[in-house]
Design a protein around this ligand. Structure first.
Ligand code: SF4
Length: 427
């Protein structure tokens, strides 16, 4: 039982200096989150109040033409709205009336702010309150911002989940709340591991339907499954729930440490923990060992994008044998990411925020074997001979917990293997 992980108390990066820079940034906006959120919340509709650019972003990020009734759309702000000539609130009421009359399956409506709606200071919280009064109890109307002004793309999910917490019913029940949108199959694996240890009831935010038994209170403890949920974390604490701080469940080690922290909270003994986790841990280790062969000894440089950077750097350095040169993250919230920082060995530059030109200079000087970055930087860097991995893929792909640990390593090794094959072809 000696290999059951306990968190290191020193030697990590938690207290290392952080390079903070602000300047031009290269990130997607929070509207992107709608692509995975609308699949999780099956009776929700996301109405973006935005421009044609926002509509195009959603359509191309969705990656498919939608033939069935979609569960997101854009109320386009026209020039008369932007010039203040039309009453945008009245226009919005009309659009929502039409939508809800036609789509009687909608139980949750999210009014999603964008850069244009923020620029004209359209008050969507007022609109959501007014519409909730009108449509309750059959439809709950909430609002959040997906604007790209000073935000990054995973903040859309955070803003959405944070908007739901204040309206959750109160409970005195002792319960575990898992927070973060995961693919269904991955969520089922997590809940199954926890229930096999006797932990429960386990509930998940976001729930698939508005009429779920989701509630919150002072007897609620919560574990985040995604590291980008700072605002949701704050809202849950405001409701009296307590956070179980843990490394994030990426890789065998991260998953075991995450489960261990929750198991300790619920008094699970070592023998039970071992019985439930031994087999999937062994599978994960084997899969990582196979998938990480081409990663061993290679260097990696993270540009700030998904907010997954620090847990992934921990996984790649500790479980895949890589060396991190720089780990950039849009925000470093030590209350959330601290346990991962504790496990990340000192050495890489830790950077928060971005001045993209300065960071590109550092990356070019370092010539890493692999650069993890947004789509906008990947192509130019590839043209300069650097191998890249798109950060956004890490959010769209199932990568959490034991059964996906090999796939996670594989996502990083694929670009290196591709480059090796291309070079062989050249010779
Ligand atoms: Fe562009 Fe802003 Fe619309 Fe996002 S919210 S698509 S950044 S205009």
């Amino acid at each position: 039982m000696n290999d059951l992980p306990r968190l290191p108390t020193s030697g990590g990066c938690r207290d290392e200096p952080i390079l903070k820079q602000r300047g031009q940034r290269e990130v997607f906006c929070g509207l992107t989150g709608i692509i995975w959120l609308h699949r999780k919340m099956q009776d929700a509709f996301f109405l973006v109040i935005g421009s044609r650019t926002c509509a195009h972003l959603l359509q191309s990020a969705a990656g498919v033409m939608i033939f069935a009734e979609p569960r997101f759309g854009t109320a386009i702000l026209e020039e008369t709205d932007l010039a203040g000539l039309a009453d945008a609130q009245t226009e919005l009421d009309k659009v929502v009336d039409q939508l809800l009359a036609r789509r009687t399956d909608i139980r949750q409506l999210f009014l999603v702010g964008s850069c244009p709606s923020e620029v004209i200071k359209l008050d969507l919280s007022r609109a959501a309150e007014r519409m909730t009064e009108k449509y309750a109890p059959s439809v709950r109307v909430l609002n959040f911002s997906g604007s790209g002004i000073e935000t990054t793309f995973t903040q859309g999910e955070d803003a959405c989940l944070a908007s739901m917490v204040p309206v959750l019913p109160e409970t005195n029940e002792r319960q575990l709340l898992l927070v973060g949108a995961l693919p269904d199959v991955v969520e089922e694996q997590a809940v199954s591991l926890l229930t096999q240890m006797g932990i429960g009831p386990v509930r998940v935010l976001p729930a698939p339907r508005a009429d779920s038994d989701l509630s919150v209170g002072t007897e609620t403890v919560f574990a985040l499954t995604q590291p980008f949920l700072g605002d949701t974390h704050a809202e849950l604490e405001r409701r009296g729930a307590r956070h179980i701080a843990a490394p994030f469940p990426f890789g065998e080690e991260g998953t075991t440490a995450w489960l261990r922290m929750i198991a300790d909270e619920f008094g699970v003994d070592d023998a039970t923990f071992e019985r439930v986790t031994a087999a999937p841990r062994a599978r994960a280790r084997k899969a990582i060992a196979q998938a990480s062969v081409s990663l061993r000894g290679k260097s990696v440089f993270f540009f700030p994008d998904s907010q997954l950077e620090i847990p992934l750097a921990r996984f790649l350095t500790r479980e895949c044998g890589m060396q991190a040169i720089e780990v950039g993250a849009p925000f470093i919230h030590k209350g959330i990411i601290g346990p991962d920082l504790d496990m990340l060995a000192q050495g890489p530059v830790l950077s928060e925020g971005q001045d993209v030109d300065l960071q590109l200079d550092r990356c070019r000087a370092a010539r890493p074997d692999l650069t993890v970055c947004g789509l906008g930087l990947a192509n130019p860097l590839e043209a300069e001979g650097l191998s890249t991995k798109w950060a956004i893929e890490l959010v769209f792909t199932p990568v959490h917990f034991y059964e996906q640990a090999g796939d996670l390593a594989g996502l990083f090794s694929r670009p290196l293997r591709r480059d090796d094959l291309l070079q062989l072809g050249v010779r």
